[in-house]
Design a protein around this ligand. Sequence first.
Ligand code: TRP
Ligand code: ZN
Length: 473
Amino acid sequence: MRSRRIIGTALATVLGALAGVPAAAPALAAPGNPGEPRYTAGAPSAGDPYFPDQGNGGYDVRHYDIALSYDPATRYMDATTTITAAATQDMDAFDLDFRGPDVTSLTVNGHKASFTRTGQELVVSPRPKLKAGQTFTVVASYAGTPPVITDPDGSIEGWVPTDDGAFVPGEPQGAPAWFPGDDHPTDKATFTFHVTVPDGVTAVGNGRLVSKTTTGGRTTFVWDQAEPMATYLATVTLGTFTVAESVTPGGIPVYTAVDPRLVTQSAAAVARIPDILEYFTSIFGPYPFGSAGAIVDRAPDVGYALESQTKPIFSSAPSVGTMAHELAHQWYGDAVSPARWSDIWLNEGFATYATWLWTEHTGGATAQQTFASSSNYGRAATSSFWQVVTADPGPEDMFGNVPYNRGAMTLHALRGKIGDAVFFKLIKDWVAGHRYGNASTAEFVDAAQKASGMDLTAFFDVWLYQKGKPASW
Ligand code: TRP
Ligand code: ZN
């Protein structure tokens, strides 16, 4: 379910070559009959410069069915992932992104396929070859211990063992730790998870709980995520959890799973979920998914929360503000995902601004006061804070202060510039127009100009594209 390609094959090929992975063969003029298939390898990259190994060309994933069993005591996983995809070219080879344990078998359309592994590229050679437009099914089985992945900023993600299970964050590159796929936000798909764990362990995935069956000392949880989801938002966090199920006044089922040691500390934030969703629905438009919730775990080495679709995951007890931030991401980040990682301020700036609005709504500082504070516009012009570019922070600073705080400041300044009525219509229409897909900074700039009828080039230039503290706008 790819909404758009970022760049053409030429750059993807260059990036693939730079990354040391095999590049797609260039498409030569066809000497044969017109319409005769010319099989080439799918590109090994989506062409995103922040993570050149991420994503692949030649196909669009439609659905992931991930069946895995995991034993926290041995940290051993036994898994089979079934990918349903559509070929976008005549193809004799394609890549999957995968950093998980040993692949024990792999078939394409029921035929055993040969494969090789280089870095995170699992290169598959399907026989018979695939034709453009053809839907195909890949079944990959693998077993062993999935890896913890370290990010450019030094933080960890992927499959992170906890003292009673595993914490499973995937942003920006953790998903290939535990399932093979097309790991770039532009290839969204629906997901089904079947997770088998020892009795007493609860496995929590995205979407709705379809069934829970216990046999022979093990329990299988089946979760279904019916709306398209970016791979980085997938989770099956598991452990000992206190579970509660309820329904919001608006009719959205809410499933919360909280580490029993954190129930008291997180009670205030968990209790506010319905109020936060109701407030955000009033300003951002309808909640975009069929279910909601949260997973509060104890994963001290992770130290951050993540907006996993329908159920954000917290590595410690969250404050109400952190809960609001992750729930705001359901609109900005999850329903509408970045076209490329340099657009991360569209996630973090919006979620941060949403929290400013929530704070004002609940009687705290006004958004204007937060804007002006010493952690925001009040920072000295000489501060190094102003030296990171909002709309291109680089892979090391994508979760640093700038996409969050300068991103939120950008939105507040925009609101001042175009007025409340235009601003709030713009951000609501943004979700309605792009939900279940992706959008870029350039598209946001364009939408803001169209909505306001103003030339905002200079405004966005100083806030998004230039270093330095904006002095006037
Ligand atoms: N997107 C998360 C949030 O702000 C934070 C996050 C995800 C993160 N992955 C990360 C922070 C990796 C640091 C490193 O809600
Ligand atoms: Zn965030």
